[in-house]
Design a protein around this ligand. Structure first.
Ligand code: NAD
Ligand code: IPM
Ligand code: MN
Length: 368
């Protein structure tokens, strides 16, 4: 019997609602495989700040340190709630960025996937979606503007100013590029390098390092694309992309556009890998606009569980079964309200989760 410790951080807003469904899926896997997941829930985010006085409490840090992997729901409060917390302790700066820094989870994989059968969810025309969308954005997650020195003050003219510095060294750039090349090698051997070297010195260094790293992967074709143009290509011809690699802020913005071309951020899971520890989270936020209504799409969180099984626990077959179960639920003509534009019967978060579990149990039982 294999045993894994998972730190579960339900987070804010829709976080607890979609985490509940993800846990149901883990329990379903346990019923059909010789594996036990020891789940320890811990406070993290805005609610944690109000309830424990810290967005990333020490007890939670310890639970994460001891875990084999971390499953994290979205964090974040509405604009009004956030303003009640000192800026540096708000959940994004006080919990999420420290989590990423603590485990140096530099490689963020954000799959943007829409099988042909689900093409009707996309706001793009059918002829653009074609046989479906299947690309992965590889986002550098612990460098750049997010983590550079910051300063705020009043200058000699009495004007308020900020200085926010974008820092990357060649080691940081090299390791994310290697990660992207390795993924490209396992897929279609095509890597889109997204940059802004026509303006940013950081992109010039990035591209220099890329040329050096590229020598190790002669079988992978590199296509250079400026980040602004990449945004357009994603809408007009997403099928040209397979693996895309980019720095932190570019990846933040383009990956949300990824959710846009699929039809909902609710379809965006992710994996954040560090040298020793990885954590898994939806790409989207806490969706305060729909929190507490039981209508959030748990696909992103359940998909993050699939990524965890594959990448942290070597359970690729079970991960694949989860993806197939998710598609099978949609294939029955059932969906959550965020994807209602595609038609179908709308169900709640919990009902969607139950249906995934039912499909998954069938698949796991059929191939023991
Ligand atoms: P958001 O991603 O929370 O929501 C954007 C839109 O997408 C909303 O209309 C929302 O209802 C919808 N949406 C997102 N996930 C959904 C799901 N699973 N099912 C159905 N609909 C879904 O972005 P926002 O409103 O700009 O941010 C809210 C908060 O989340 C902010 O505090 C932000 O900082 C935080 N945030 C956290 C993370 C994270 O924890 N990794 C990521 C992004 C944003
Ligand atoms: C994401 C989020 C975070 C980011 C925020 C909440 C700090 O938007 O994971 O995409 O900008 O990285
Ligand atoms: Mn984001």
């Amino acid at each position: 019997m294999k045993r894994y410790k998972i730190a579960v951080l339900p987070g804010d807003g829709i976080g607890p609602e979609i985490t509940r469904e993800a846990i149901k899926v883990l329990r379903a896997v346990e019923r059909h495989r010789p594996v036990r997941f020891e789940l320890t829930e811990a406070p993290f985010g805005g609610r944690a700040w109000f309830e424990c006085g810290a967005a990333f409490p020490e007890t939670t840090q310890r639970i994460c340190d001891e875990a084999d992997a971390i499953l994290k729901g979205p964090i974040g409060l509405s604009h009004e709630e956030s303003r009640k917390i000192p800026v540096d302790q708000q959940p994004e700066r006080g919990a999420l960025l420290p989590l990423r820094a603590r485990y140096q989870t530099f490689a963020n994989y954000r799959p943007v996937r829409l099988p042909r059968e689900l093409a009707h969810f996309s706001p793009l025309r059918p002829e653009i979606v074609g046989e479906g969308i299947d690309l992965v954005m590889v986002r550098e997650l612990v460098g750049g503007l997010y983590f550079g020195p910051k300063e705020r003050g009043v200058d000699e003219h009495g004007l308020r100013y900020v200085r926010e510095v974008l820092v990357y060294d060649e080691r940081q750039i090299g390791r994310i590029l290697h990660a992207a090349f390795r993924l490209a090698r396992r897929r279609k051997k095509r890597l889109h390098n997204v940059h802004k070297s026509n303006v940013l010195a950081s992109s010039v260094l990035w591209n220099e390092v890329l040329e050096e790293v590229q020598a190790d992967y002669p079988d992978v074709q590199v296509v250079h694309v400026l980040v602004d143009a990449a945004a357009t290509h994603l809408c007009l011809n997403p099928r040209q992309f397979d693996v895309m690699v980019m720095e932190n802020l570019f990846g933040d913005i383009l990956s949300d556009q990824g959710g846009g071309i699929l039809g909902s951020l609710g379809l965006m899971p992710s994996a954040c890998q560090g040298p020793e520890k990885s954590y898994y989270e939806p790409s989207h936020g806490s969706a305060p606009d729909i929190a507490g209504k039981g209508i959030a799409n748990p696909y992103s969180m359940i998909g993050s569980v699939a990524m965890m099984l594959e990448m942290s626990f070597g359970m690729a077959a079970e991960a694949e079964a989860i993806w197939r179960a998710l598609q099978a639920v949609f294939a029955d003509g059932v969906t959550t309200p965020d994807l209602a534009r595609g038609g179908g019967r709308q169900v709640t978060t919990a009902e969607f989760g139950d249906r995934v579990v039912e499909k998954l149990e069938g698949l796991l039982a059929a191939s023991p």
